[in-house]
Design a protein. Sequence first.
Length: 321
Amino acid sequence: MDHVARERRTPRRVWAILAIAAVTLVAMTAASAASPTKVLDDPKVDEVGVAVSVDYFAWSSNSETRPDRWNTYVRPIGGGPATRVNPKGTQSDNLGIDGSTVVFQVYNGHDDNLQMYDAATQTHSGLPKINTRLHEYQPWLSGNWLLFTRSSDEWSKVILFNLSTGERRVLRQAPLPSAYLRGNQVNGDWATFDRCRDLFASGGTYSNCNVFRYQISTGELVKIPNPGLQQWASSVSQDGTVYFTKSRKADGWVCGRRARIIRYPVGGPGVRIATLRAGFEPVLNRATDENDGSTTLYFVRTKCSSFSNGIYSIANADTAT
């Protein structure tokens, strides 16, 4: 399967293979870099998605024996066997989690839909109010709020949906193929998404990449301050702190130019908490609120020479300096 060509028709794994590199010259305070820890990075396997709660670790990857097939798995944080959550005959390569509930994208060669799996009871459930004949992907769950992206051949939408009340909010819509739009994480009262200008169709790259934070209770949408660089791969903790990737390239994304991970609390300023060495790029960030009140940041790290991926983490990302 030609994943790159496929993503130009259905933007789903672009963030993992082609990536984009987000950036801000947000007002920065001085900080020394934290040291990311390897969580899952098998050189023979491509780990392209991650979602972590205090009790469960979930991820998406291929395998050495079947490199062109992608599945989503979950296992207890304390160890134990991994369970494949997407049904037999399907593939899955992006996901979210809340408690023991994994929400994941699933495709069968025709379209993309969302399903849920409870790791505690080992049961599946559908999302009939969500799934359509269009493409639904990039999900995240927090309480009754489900954040996901839906696309047709002409547009993409970032949608926030309340599974209890049926309330539906479109946070942003963008035309295809000239724009790249991706919902990232909903957490408590907050949600984040990214938007870029997409020039891949004309032989270019991503540019004008920005991170947005949305507050559910007030309906306020804020663009994270950006002086003209590329900012993307955002996540958010329960207190509204946004974590994202920042590159040094002003006119478009180039993979592996000593990309930085930034912490931006409500009201700012931004703080650099990590810098990746040249040749690597954080293409997906996920904030996990721990029981002790700290935040662990998980991210998918791409090796730019091969676009292979692994999963890494930064403990105490909320205080890293």
